[in-house]
Structure formats: C-alpha cells, structure tokens
Design a protein around this ligand. Structure first.
Ligand code: DAK
Length: 270
C-alpha cells in the first residue's frame, strides 16, 4: 500500500497527510483519530476536519481528498457526551453547523473511506462526502431516535435522496444499523471492499480522480450536486454554462489536441 508522504500540520483529533500519485495530483488524507471514543465527532474535531479539507481544497497539488477512521469505527456519531448538557440556546450559540457547512462547500471531490461504525453524525459526515467506499464490515445507521432526537446534519435529506423514502424511513425511525452491502444495493455506497482494504481502495479511487483535469473534475462535481436542489430544466442550464466555461480552459485545448496527436495530455488544472 502507498506510503503517506508526510504529516502536515498537527491537530488534536485528526492525522493529516498527503499521498503521492505518480502521473497525477496528490491525494489529501484525513484520518479521524479519537480511538477511545470511536471517533465521536466533537466540535473541535469537526473544526479540524473543515480546516484541513479547506487547506487541501486550496492546494493546487492536491486533486482529491479522503476522510477515513479506524477499522472499528469511521465515526460512532456526534459526541453524545458533548451534546448531553446542551439546551437549544447553547446549541444555537455554539454554531454547531459551521464546520459542516464549510465541508459542504469544498470544490474538490472528497471520498469517505468507511470501516466499522458510521452512525448518526458519522453516517452524515460520510454522506457529506462525494462518494463512500465501505468495508464489508461497515455498519451504517441513524440511531438518533434512540436519544429522542433526529438527524441534525442533513441525514433526513441526504439519506432519503440516496436510498429513497422506504429505506430512509426504516433507518431513521427504527435507528437500526444496515450493512455495507445493503447500503450499496440501496445506492448510498459507491463500492464495497474486502475488510482491511478500505483505505487502499479509497486511495486508489481518489488517485483515479486526481489524474484527471482538475477544473473539469470540480465543475462536474458542482453540476452533480446541483441536481439535488434544482429542477431538471435549471440543472441542464447550469450544466451548459459550466460546459461552455470549460471550452475556455487550457486543459480543454490540450485534451482535444493530445487526442488528435495521439499522445497523452498534460494537464495544468486551468
Ligand atoms: N459519543 C460519545 N462517545 C461515544 C459515542 C458517541 N457517539 N459512541 C461511542 N462512544 C464512546 C463510549 O462512550 C465509550 O467510551 P467510554 O465509556 O469507554 O469512555 C467508547 O466510545 C467505546 O464505546 P462502547 O463501549 O459503547 O463500544 P461498543 O463496541 O460496546 O459499542 C457502539 C459500539 C457504536 C454500538 C456504541 O458505542 C454506540 O451505540 N454508540 C453511540 C451511537 C450513537 O447513538 N450515535 C448517534 C449519536 S447522535 C449536529 C450534527 C450531527 C448530529 C447532531 C448535531 N449538528 C451539526 C448540530 C448527530 C447526532 C448523533 O450522531
């Protein structure tokens, strides 16, 4: 498996590194690292994830990012111990959503690499990413109902769009966990991989994306996400504008010229 190149800025709850990708841009890697709490997502950890992802998003040498956890847990939810004493005013004042909102706005693709538990906020963080690669042993669920609350970071919306009303109702109202295979069949998961191979396979997928022309990748991501909150008419208009925009890029000139000259294109990301 590839070696992570070097640890970037040091954080309290995550490990951040870059993975080389010969022939393409590098892959940014974020490993959630609160093993004793099964990577429960507290405010500090979420702030760190948002900051690290933002740095990758701004770095011209990075083409795609991966967020992963441990073999046992991607993340077992938002931190119940942190939320336990909060009332609604505390929650409102704490701006609990700001990191989530920042993550949502990343331009470059982000892959969730899931093994073990992806529960509550953990499942929502995975869904906030653009693709999910899951181990056979991964378990997805929205168990908030067992705490007398409901998903708070987009779970009722993103899960329903991904798996449909029937399965989303079942997951959110019963709080039960579902396997990686079930979630693959339902459309939440991009790829199910052998246990222990989740990070390697996620990095391979990220590298496949990071060798592609970066601007086209970003605009394609933008168009796909747009389809979730618009009519087909407006979505097609949006796609068309981005399509025109790419006709002004150097990479478009290079890509088509290279095809005609029967050589490999050299991308500049602009
Ligand atoms: N929060 C805090 N600590 C947690 C945790 C969590 N979600 N999940 C596990 N831990 C801690 C346990 O307390 C335990 O710590 P110690 O007691 O040893 O100090 C340690 O991790 C190991 O856990 P267990 O001993 O329970 O391990 P098991 O293997 O026996 O069980 C489990 C694993 C995943 C089945 C179990 O830990 C579990 O049921 N965990 C809770 C799962 C859950 O209910 N998750 C949903 C939480 S609610 C928001 C965004 C999102 C959300 C809310 C707001 N905003 C942006 C505002 C989302 C809410 C949620 O996620």
């Amino acid at each position: 498996m590839d070696k992570k190149v070097h640890l970037l800025k040091s954080y309290s709850n995550i490990l951040v590194s870059e993975v080389e990708n010969p022939g393409g841009l590098k892959v940014g890697l974020i490993e959630l690292n609160r093993p004793k709490a099964l990577n429960a997502l507290n405010t500090e950890l979420m702030g760190e994830v948002a900051e690290a992802l933002h740095a990758f998003d701004k770095d011209a040498e990075i083409g795609c990012s991966v967020i992963t956890g441990s073999e046992k847990a991607f993340a077992a939810g938002s931190d119940i111990k942190e939320m336990a004493e909060m009332n609604s005013v505390d929650a409102y004042s704490a701006e609990m959503f700001s990191a989530w909102d920042r993550i949502r706005l990343m331009k470059k693709p982000v892959i969730a690499s899931v093994s073990g538990y992806a529960l509550g906020g953990g499942c929502e963080l995975a869904m906030l990413c653009d693709m999910i690669v899951a181990s056979e042993c991964a378990k997805f669920g929205q168990p908030e109902i067992n705490l007398a609350v409901i998903p708070g970071a987009g779970g009722t919306q993103r899960l329903t769009r991904a798996v449909g009303k029937a399965r989303a109702m079942e997951m959110i109202l019963t709080g039960k966990m579902f396997s990686a295979r079930e979630m693959f069949e339902a459309g939440l998961v991009t790829r199910v991989v052998e246990d222990g191979k989740f990070l390697e396979e996620s990095l391979n997928l990220a590298k496949d994306i990071a060798v592609k022309p970066a601007l086209a990748v970003q605009l394609a991501k933008e168009c796909i996400l747009k389809s979730f909150d618009t009519t087909i008419e407006t979505g097609i208009e949006f796609e068309r504008k981005n399509f025109y925009l790419l006709f002004s890029s150097g990479d478009k000139q290079e890509g088509m010229k290279a095809f005609i000259e029967k050589r490999k294109a050299v991308w500049k990301g602009k």
